[in-house]
Design a protein around this ligand. Structure first.
Ligand SMILES: Nc1ncnc2c1ncn2[C@@H]1O[C@H](COP(=O)(O)OP(=O)(O)OP(=O)(O)O)[C@@H](O)[C@H]1O
Ligand SMILES: [Mg+2]
Length: 342
């Protein structure tokens, strides 16, 4: 097994004088008014998510919405106030402290928000550090460390010190270090947010290349919807500690739960995300239809074809059956926005 599933059920993290007592008084379901009146902060409020094996699950939300707290509760770096966390079916909250440390060392990889490398250690020693903590000898740990350094594109820089590396290179060292123990689940808390846009994009591509090879189960925090769309299979949107909506990028764009979610998706590259299925309509009786495009094709892939066609184009499901049509107007609505065509 090279990866795990992770489930959070009704998870809460309250800060205040007596969180557990307060939760007990409210049957583990306090209202927002009760929380505020009693002077508590709900960093995570009643969050339930299921991360599937090999999935990149993105967590988004404004600053202070509870993303880091939620992910830290998933590894019990922060003790949740109530609720459950299942790591591959194992109830993480009942695991002993000693077992928890073992689990973290062997099965979890983490890249922290604003993480730092150890400044007095070389690239090689930084990457090998998690193995050193485990008591692995120098020779045995250097071989996998060199492999990881190569994997993240830093071969030849093994003996550099952190201050001799660019921000992006340091980030790669952090990524290599988090992967050296071959974790079953990988937590990344805004791993690229400190980087300028070009390097950031490069790192995202590199990350996707790594994931194509490794198929890890990943919880990935970002506050950038573009990044979420590029890397994520599904996206959870958080506000004030709560999960407002979980869905694929396309689902969030087509049916945002509220204006908060819609705000995140407003600037998204819709033509790359929306499929023929999402924008098709029923053919009118006797309507002339030409050609056919697969229901899963993205608008950017067929826009020119529909634009150049005199008649609407058929949309076909996997079995080749016509399930609708796409016309020029539907494509234009995606390309220039519904408002301009209204
Ligand atoms: N130790 C603490 N004591 C009290 N409140 C805390 C504590 N840690 C976090 N909080 C509060 O919990 C909320 C969620 O914080 P968290 O760090 O999870 O947010 P975030 O979504 O990761 O934000 P950012 O995007 O800025 O990293 C914030 O309102 C924060 O002030
Ligand atoms: Mg954070």
């Amino acid at each position: 097994m090279t990866n795990a599933t992770l489930v959070c059920r009704d998870l809460w993290k309250l800060y205040g004088p007596d969180p557990k007592g307060f939760m007990a008084q409210h049957a583990s379901r306090p209202s927002e008014d009760a929380i505020r009146a009693a002077g508590y902060v709900a960093a995570v409020a009643d969050a339930s998510i299921e991360i599937e094996r090999g999935e990149i699950f993105v967590i988004m939300g404004l600053s202070g919405s509870g993303k880091s707290t939620l992910v830290r509760c998933m590894s019990r770096l922060i003790e949740p106030t109530s609720g459950g966390v299942l790591f591959d079916g194992l109830d993480l909250l009942s695991v002993s402290p000693a077992d928890l440390i073992e689990l973290r060392r062997h099965k979890m990889g983490m890249v922290f928000q604003h993480f730092a490398l150890l400044p007095h250690l070389s690239v090689l020693d930084n990457v090998a550090f998690p193995l050193e903590i485990r008591g692995v000898g120098r020779r045995e740990r250097e071989t996998p460390a060199r492999e990881m350094i190569e994997l993240v594109g830093l071969a030849g820089r093994e003996n550099y010190m952190p201050h001799q590396l660019s921000g992006g290179q340091q980030q790669r060292v952090g990524i290599a270090r988090s992967l050296i123990t071959n974790p079953d689940i990988w937590f990344l808390d805004e791993p690229f947010s400190a980087l300028d846009p070009l390097i950031r994009r490069e790192m995202q591509n590199e990350f996707m290349r790594l994931q194509d090879a490794l198929h890890k189960t990943i919880a990935f925090i970002t506050h950038d919807f573009d990044e979420a769309v590029r890397v994520g299979d599904r996206i959870a949107i958080m506000r004030d500690g709560r999960i407002v909506q979980v869905g694929t990028p396309e689902e969030l764009i087509i049916a945002p739960a509220d204006s908060y979610v819609a705000d995140f998706t407003r600037e998204a590259p819709r033509s790359k995300i929306l499929s023929a299925r999402a924008i098709m309509r029923d053919a009118a009786a006797g309507e002339t239809v030409t050609g056919s495009i697969p229901a899963t094709a993205k608008v950017c892939e067929f826009a020119a074809r529909v634009d150049g066609s005199e008649h609407p184009v058929a949309v076909a499901d996997e079995a080749g059956r016509q399930i609708g049509v796409v016309d020029r107007r539907a494509v234009m609505r995606v390309l220039v926005g519904a408002e301009e065509l209204a």
